[in-house]
Design a protein around this ligand. Structure first.
Ligand SMILES: Cc1ncc(COP(=O)(O)O)c(C=O)c1O
Length: 357
């Protein structure tokens, strides 16, 4: 099995360590560990290895599913890997909506034959008819990220239902990575696909909405046959979720109302700041949910990468659109501390003023 290098992670690995201002992250500034009890008692494997049954039942309930239809994972990343391994093989075909977080495209490509369906700028609308055209008799999986990284676009309920119906008609699954859903305003949130019926698989985790990426805690929810296959793959990846992760996750889920409201307010205020900046500098973007904005490259720069390299020289890390196959854009994370975002935007203004050298 060959896997493409993860372009975004490689860019961050090269530039984020030691950067004065990091706006490369896609999440919310992380919460302090001392807001939680961090002593899980003994440090054994979590048993059963698919996660604590009571906690699984609680999380599964939000999808109208039972505990055996939910698997705890090390982050949403592992949930996506396991979902792909559980549903695809060399004989199968997947339809992936792009641009997207690279694992939602490159993992299917590593396993199966893939057709991409592109979101259209400037509003990154998804055309269900284009997905319908891409579906084949051997299609086993349709992959969506909602809200979408990098664009922040929320695909509305009707669009997601249309994709669910296409998956059902093809006797395939619709996998939706919903890790940014908790950052959307409650009245903007689309129903998780795992609640839509037997063809829906949702992945999520605490990294983004809760601001807890270092916990490495996520989950996969869906039909029992998929969850059970995913668990069998997990025996070879991480065996069980982390004991620390599950211990703190329980508390974070208990306090979900307060934590999500706090984080949402933070990203909404920061989004306003970035919106003002974009307007002032003539950069176009689709006002995003989540904590990443996909902005057009300023005049005077040849490409996203050229702009990002000039920013790196000024101590700021953002992500070139090239890592999403969209060289005319840059992805700016606005979930950072407000002072960090301000500092980054000030430096960005200096670089824009100077132009490409
Ligand atoms: C769409 C998407 N899915 C999954 C992940 C990874 O999430 P986690 O930290 O929960 O593994 C990211 C991280 O940026 C993401 O953007």
């Amino acid at each position: 099995m060959d896997i493409e290098p993860f372009a975004l992670e490689r860019w961050l690995a090269d530039h984020e360590h030691g950067a004065a201002v990091n706006l490369g992250d896609s999440g919310v500034r992380p919460l302090e560990a001392d807001r939680f009890d961090t002593d899980p008692g003994t440090l054994g494997y979590v048993v059963p290895t698919n996660g604590d049954p009571d906690l699984r039942e609680r999380v599964a309930d939000r999808y109208d599913r039972g505990a055996d239809e939910l698997l705890f994972t090390c982050g949403t990343q592992e949930a996506n890997l396991l979902a792909v391994l559980a549903t695809l093989d060399r004989e199968s075909h997947a339809v992936c909506v792009t641009p997207t977080y690279q694992s939602l495209y490159s993992l299917p490509v590593a396993v199966a034959d893939v057709t991409r369906v592109e979101l259209d700028a400037p509003d990154w609308r998804l055309d269900p008819d284009a997905v319908a055209d891409a579906v084949r008799p051997d299609t086993e999986l349709i992959v969506l990220n909602n809200p979408n990284n990098p664009t922040g676009r929320i695909h509305p309920q009707g669009t997601v239902e249309a994709l669910y119906d296409l998956a059902a008609a093809a006797d395939a699954y619709l996998l939706s990575d919903e890790v940014y859903r908790p950052l959307a305003a409650p009245d903007e949130r689309v129903e998780p696909v795992a609640s839509m019926g037997p063809h829906g698989i949702s992945t999520c985790g605490l990294s983004k909405g809760w601001g807890l990426p270092g916990l490495r805690f996520g989950w996969l929810a869906g039909p029992e046959e998929v969850v059970s296959d995913a668990w069998q793959w997990k025996d070879y990846t991480t065996i069980s979720p982390s004991a620390f992760g599950q211990h703190v996750a329980r508390q974070a889920l208990d306090r979900e109302g307060d934590l999500l409201a706090e984080n949402r307010e933070h990203v909404c205020r920061n989004r306003d700041l970035l919106d003002e900046f974009a307007t002032e500098h003539g950069l176009d973007w689709h006002l995003p949910a989540g904590a990443t904005g996909f902005l057009t490259v300023p005049d005077g720069f040849d490409s996203g990468e050229a702009f990002c390299r000039a920013l790196v020289d000024e101590g700021v890390v953002v992500v070139p659109g090239e890592t999403f196959d969209r060289p005319g854009y840059v992805r700016v994370g606005f979930g950072a501390e407000r002072a960090t975002l301000r500092e980054g935007l000030d430096r960005m203004a200096t670089v824009i003023g100077r132009g490409e050298r």
